[in-house]
Design a binder for this molecule. Sequence first.
Ligand SMILES: [Zn+2]
Ligand SMILES: [Zn+2]
Length: 346
Amino acid sequence: MTANKYEKLNIYQYMGGIHIHSAFSDGTGDVDLISKAAKKAGLDFIIVTDHNSLDIEEGYYNGVCVIKGEEISPDEKNHYLAFGINECIRSDNPKEFIEEVRKQGGFGFAAHPDEGKNKKGQCRKNSYAPIKWTDKNIIPDGIEIWNWFSQWGDNLNDSNIFSLIYSYLFGHKSVTRPNEDTMKWWDELNNNTGEIIPALGGIDSHALIVNDYIIPIKIFPYEKMFNTITNILTFEKPLPENFTARKEQILNAIKEGNNLIINRKIDKHIPKINLTGGLKVKLSDNLCLNIETKKKASIKIIHNGKELYGKIAKKCNLILKEAGKYRVEIKVKNKGFAYTNPILVY
Ligand SMILES: [Zn+2]
Ligand SMILES: [Zn+2]
């Protein structure tokens, strides 16, 4: 396994792709093909989340830890990524399925909750109806704050062949940062609770094959997608080799918010941040948040949903003087690059 070890700090990081569709739902790959693509993209683990299905066999494939989840997918609304469950859940009622996931000992994330607006803030201009989380008063365990395919879809213009070709060739240009409405909702939920409502970054990869043209065209193959939105989990010790034990630690980390979300299409270098998301630390005299990036970047620190600090630099050291929830956003060349989960200071 290719855990990335900091030279001086005793930290091990594992990279994962989350929200993937296989041929068991509307994707095109089997577990062998998907895991090979993940390996090539340097991922340590992936979580396959087929629509209303848990059919994929989990385990190690091609050196990648393949975990299964389910995207509970009522028609046209309220998709939910459920992890740590053993029995497939089919329900159209979000309150009911959130509870059912918990009953099975699992947890879940509202998927692409605010799908539908393009980067100019306008409604989608294509024939695919957005799938939203329809009642924001129903609080999920966690939120998918960034979804590659959903954001691409929000910016897809299929009114003519030229826009369509542009969308396929330069799709990554439309994936600029997490959805603003979703970020607002996420901050609000975190402001209203003493717990941490975690976030993850999803790819929603399908590797769709379009047969409308002379040769079949594969849209966004798995490997290409696996090099975009990535979840970085940080541990003090290497993860155990045993599959069940490793899976448990990976899922626990995601549940706790020990998860840094980066878009590797923007930059390959993982920023170094001394306090990891999901951490609960006591306020003390010299509690400092240190951030270091490889390239000059716009670094923002958000405290209880409000911007506390912003600077364009490669390094930032900020003494934390108040209790509350802190999170970090990093942009490179004005494009969203890295998003931490909240760090709770009490
Ligand atoms: Zn979905
Ligand atoms: Zn999906």
